[in-house]
Design a protein around this ligand. Structure first.
Ligand code: PSU
Ligand code: MN
Length: 300
């Protein structure tokens, strides 16, 4: 497969330096302008400050790309004809030479193409609430792609207990970073206990190497709560989510459009507070992923 990397990322690959993948669906579908630009800038800077090289992954006019050239980044931030690309969409987007922003599942496939082992995002997709049954392809992709994925849990719009159960079934370890409970994405707590908690990037690197050494082929989720200063009260998230779900159902939103619809609706209902939390957690996840990538390179 022909892929493209920016000069900086190509150099990092060549010297085997720590690289952190960043998804692009959060930029082209998840967050509205101008917040998506802030998100991109803050995530890139956070990975760099940790001593690693950030690589935004996307399909650019049909070419799987690591890092976006300025003109391409502008097109993605303008959300100008950019498709949402999950596992099923990758090949078709390439064949049709289209622009595609990769979700967690899409980005995991891109990590395999380039041999990237650490990836930062906001929240993974999972099992949606209520009928009709809807489960993100992120979960299956996590089950068969060996990458450390740093996130703030699964999006608050999901059925979190069911999502945790599915992760267990699929053999995906979920490790709390300095927490013993699943974070609630916009909020810090969910009351859902985790079976593993680690306190340093070195410990996470060691756990990852052991996971691989015993034959683990799945991803490892590393979850941390959003920074306390910007986290929303669980009650507010709960109410806004319930209202957004009702609005989605009333509007007949289905399939891949569900997640972007809910995120935009919650943004309105929380008067933008959800965006503040979203940007802060994306930045802190990128920073932690950078530190883990550096620790992993040192451990090897
Ligand atoms: N979390 C966010 N914003 C997002 C997403 C997650 O805060 O935009 C995106 C991710 O790219 C995730 C995708 O992989 O939503 C899941 O979509 P779906 O439920 O359609 O699989
Ligand atoms: Mn879905």
């Amino acid at each position: 497969m022909r892929t493209r990397s920016t000069v900086v990322i190509e150099a990092a690959f060549a010297r085997g330096g720590p690289v952190v993948a960043l998804e692009s669906s959060v930029l082209a579908q998840g967050l509205l302008p101008p917040h998506n630009r802030d998100a991109a800038e803050r995530m890139l800077a956070a990975v760099e400050a940790a001593g690693a090289t950030p690589a935004i992954t996307a399909i650019v006019k049909g070419v799987p790309s690591f890092g976006l050239e300025p003109a391409d980044l502008e097109r993605f931030l303008a959300r100008d004809g950019v498709r949402k690309v999950s596992s099923r969409d990758l090949g078709i987007t390439v064949a049709q030479q289209a622009d595609g922003a990769t979700t967690v599942a899409g980005t995991l496939a891109m990590c395999t193409l380039a041999g990237i082992e650490v990836f930062a995002t906001g929240g993974i997709g999972g099992v949606h609430r209520n009928a009709p049954y809807d489960e993100s392809a992120d979960l299956v992709a996590l089950s068969h792609t060996p990458v450390i994925v740093v996130c703030a849990g699964a999006k608050s719009i999901l059925d979190l207990p069911a999502t945790l159960e599915r992760l267990e079934t699929l053999g995906v370890p979920v490790v709390g970073y300095r927490t013993r409970e699943l974070p609630g994405f916009f909020s810090m707590n969910t009351g859902l206990a985790l079976t593993a908690s680690l306190d340093t990037p070195d410990q996470i690197a060691a756990a990852w190497l052991a996971h691989r050494a015993v034959g683990g082929r799945s991803a490892m989720l590393v979850v941390q709560p959003p920074p306390a200063a910007s986290a929303l009260p669980a009650e507010l998230v709960h109410d806004a989510t319930a209202a957004a779900l009702a609005a989605a159902s009333a509007a007949g939103v289905r399939g891949a459009a569900v997640t972007p619809f809910l995120l935009a609706d919650i943004q309105r209902r929380t008067a933008g507070q959800s965006v503040v939390a979203n940007l802060a957690l994306l930045e802190s996840n990128a920073a932690l992923a950078g530190r883990i990538a550096v620790a992993l390179a040192a451990a090897r």
